[in-house]
Design a protein around this ligand. Structure first.
Ligand code: GLP
Length: 244
């Protein structure tokens, strides 16, 4: 595990974008594993900036996202599909046929999970960007006694519903289920980049990076990955100043 510490959110976003851009430069047809939430928005802005400055092209890139809410379609403003289009894909030259997210409206969600897992395997993720939930979730892998190896349907915890209600009109609108890559799916990516910013993530950062490796803190499991880069800003690192 490498830890890159940055002064603030903007610098963390720039560093994450540099890593993704480097991946695309060395392999123009890279497969990017992408994440949603507020944390990666700055990274996507930086990538769009690089595209606009002609430093980068997404024309041969494919992307596959970690997760999607069950019950939300592409047109739903709260869907992760919509989020990705708004924050990144509509602003680059990516071929939209190469953009993949789980289908939250699939008739049979279990079949959709199998289809998505096979897709992730066929594509082969070169670099996976990750955020972290306040309870330590990655993608939508919630704290649990078990490690899920493949894409699956998950019941969201109350704390995740609480944390994500800010994106919805009211808490009742937050879907109760999601399709998410399993920890195993994430671990099979060639490189992982975990982005952690803000003082409200300080406690969970400390647990995930320095506490016991346990499915009760799903992000702690990815420390077992041989190529993990953590990019964290100083507010998020405030409880671990000893390592800086
Ligand atoms: C959601 C996503 C996660 C993300 C998390 C944190 O639950 N499924 O992939 O890491 O939110 O979001 P934020 O970056 O807004 O704190």
């Amino acid at each position: 595990m490498r830890i890159i510490s940055t002064k603030n959110y903007n610098e963390a976003s720039a560093r994450a974008a540099d890593l993704i851009a480097a991946q695309i430069l060395v392999k123009p047809d890279s497969v990017l594993g992408l994440a949603t939430g507020s944390t990666p928005i700055g990274t996507y802005k930086e990538l769009v900036k690089k595209y606009n400055n002609s430093e980068l092209s997404f024309s041969e890139v494919s992307t596959i996202n970690l997760d999607e809410y069950v019950g939300l379609g592409h047109d739903d403003e709260q869907s992760y599909y919509h989020f990705m289009m708004e924050n990144l894909h509509n602003k680059t030259d990516i071929d939209k046929n190469n953009v993949y997210l789980p289908n939250g409206l699939a008739e049979n969600i279990d079949d959709e999970c199998i289809r998505y897992e096979e897709l992730a395997e066929d594509l082969g993720i070169d670099i996976q960007l990750l955020g972290i939930g306040l309870n330590g979730h990655v993608g939508f892998n919630e704290p649990s006694d078990f490690i899920e190896n493949y894409t699956y349907k998950v019941e969201l915890t109350q704390s995740t519903i609480e944390a994500n209600k800010r994106f919805f009109k009211k808490a009742e609108d937050v879907p109760k289920e999601a399709i998410t890559m399993g920890i195993g799916t994430i671990m099979r990516a060639k490189k992982l980049v975990l982005l952690i910013t803000g003082e409200n993530k300080a406690e969970i950062l400390d647990q995930a990076l320095f506490g016991p490796i346990t499915p009760q803190v799903p992000a702690s499991l990815i420390r077992m990955h041989p190529d993990l880069t953590v990019i964290a800003d100083n507010p998020a690192l405030k409880l671990v100043s000893k390592i800086i």
